[in-house]
Design a protein around this ligand. Structure first.
Ligand code: XMP
Length: 431
């Protein structure tokens, strides 16, 4: 592998992905990694020091340890002060091909790395590693139906078969057809050991009358853990918990300085007496590699290219205190939006798109009589990292067709609006 030492460049991850796309495995390490630590890593063929020209972090100039130059491993420097290396990387501007052509000769001609990193090899290696770690013991996995948990499930299933126990908790806030698809693909097609828990009533009862967004998020996240915990307690002899941790989660943890805007929900936070060892077979992969892995494992395209969906689900899109009829309106409107985006080819172009139903009504006319019904708000955004986002300028005729369908097909709705707000000042979700 080629390792990248992080001197604060935003392009580290693009660089690592570009090298992997050349067929050579690459990982990112902190700038102050020691020579001893590097020696312990498997098969390091080259080191790229990547950072801006001054590497000032919090007023302090940082640099790599000089000892790494004595390892006998080729070192390439990107905008690095010390003229220890002839090769300089150009300004990348996140252009994958430009990066690849800049590093290609270093990777192959200088480091003599072999191009043997590919998905089938990765999968075979992971299957071997999972079997070694787990043996004939059992792994429990919370299978939400999201990309990462679905790919982990498929990989674990291939490695350990029915020693994988998947639990799918339907909190009643899933999109139309989503829980059904999880059961169909995993239980019926892939023959996984899947426990399906319909906890709709339980969640909706807990959420009844709760209007505060953070309170709603906490209830959904907390209840999710409790339901999962109850299922875990019913099972015998489980030693491991499978998790869909991916590489960006690992690279970003520790360097994250971003303030918490909303409390995000993931499985974690299980009680102390439920002690599991973790199995995280995707921890080396970037998102696009996770998708490639899923396709290679035979998961359906729609599941692997599913747009991001928040843990609290439609619960944060049915604004204020959730009611069943308004939740149904969000779900039906969302299904129409997804169908029409797919027909127009926008599903492959737009990063995230969904509908929101606020908890107020407006006056309209229906069948020549006054109506007093909810509006549906359409949101469609593009982003790279979800920290900022711009809106998609959806063509007018498409919006008119969607509006027409929502007004005809979704009960209790008399208006459709389009959310024009970028992030910031808005966030992507409404709650
Ligand atoms: P915001 O609304 O903060 O959303 O701009 C950024 C991205 O995160 C998603 N999101 C979540 N994802 N658990 C998740 O896994 C959550 O609790 C959660 N809340 C928001 C949101 O859909 C968007 O893609």
């Amino acid at each position: 592998m080629i390792i990248i030492l992080d001197l604060g460049s935003h392009e580290n991850t693009v660089l690592a992905r570009a090298i992997r796309a050349l067929g050579v495995y690459s990982e990112i390490y902190p700038h102050d990694i020691t020579a001893e630590e590097i020696k312990k890593l498997p098969n390091v063929k080259g080191i790229i020091i990547n950072g801006g020209p001054n590497h000032i972090i919090d007023g302090v100039a940082i640099d790599v340890r000089p000892e790494i130059y004595t390892l006998g491993i080729p070192v390439m420097s990107a905008g690095h002060d010390k003229a220890l290396c002839e090769t300089k990387l150009p300004e990348f501007n996140n252009d994958m091909e430009a990066i690849q052509s800049a590093v290609k000769s270093f990777v192959f001609d200088v480091c003599h790395a072999e191009a043997n990193w590919n998905m089938p090899n990765f999968i075979n290696d992971q299957i071997e590693l999972i079997r070694r770690q787990v043996g004939d013991r059992k792994v429990l996995l919370a299978l939400s139906g999201g990309v990462d948990s679905s790919v982990v499930a498929a990989l674990l299933l291939k490695a350990i078969g029915n020693n994988l126990v998947c639990v799918h908790v339907n909190h009643g806030l899933m999109r139309k057809g989503e829980s059904e698809a999880v059961v169909e693909v995993f239980k019926h097609q892939m023959k996984a050991n899947l426990i399906y828990v319909d906890a709709t009533d339980r969640f909706l009862n807990k959420l009844a009358g709760v209007a505060d967004p953070e309170q709603k998020r906490k209830i959904i996240g907390g209840e999710f853990i409790r339901v999962f915990e109850e299922e875990a307690r019913k099972l015998d002899g489980i030693d491991f918990l499978g998790q869909g941790t991916i590489y960006p989660d690992i690279v970003e943890s520790g360097t994250k300085t971003a303030k918490m805007v909303k409390s995000h929900h993931n499985v974690g936070g299980l009680p102390d007496d439920l002690k599991f060892e973790l199995v995280e077979p995707l921890r080396q992969l970037f998102k696009d590699e996770v998708r490639a892995c899923g396709l290679e494992l035979g998961l359906p395209y729609e599941m692997v290219y599913r747009q991001p969906f928040p843990g609290p689900g439609l619960g944060v899109r049915c604004l204020g205190a959730i009611t069943r009829d308004r939740l149904e309106a969000v779900r039906e409107a969302d299904a129409i939006l997804r169908e029409e985006f797919q027909l127009a080819g926008l599903d492959k172009k737009v990063w995230q798109y969904f509908t929101v139903v606020p908890d107020f009504k407006s006056v309209g006319v229906r069948d020549n009589a006054r109506s007093f019904e909810w509006p549906v708000i359409i949101r469609a955004v593009n982003t790279v990292d979800a920290m900022t986002a711009t809106i998609e300028p959806v063509d007018w005729p498409i919006l008119m067709k969607i509006t027409d369908r929502i007004l005809k097909e979704v009960p209790h709705v008399n208006r459709v609006c389009y959310d024009m707000s970028p992030k910031p000042n808005a966030t992507i979700e409404w709650e």
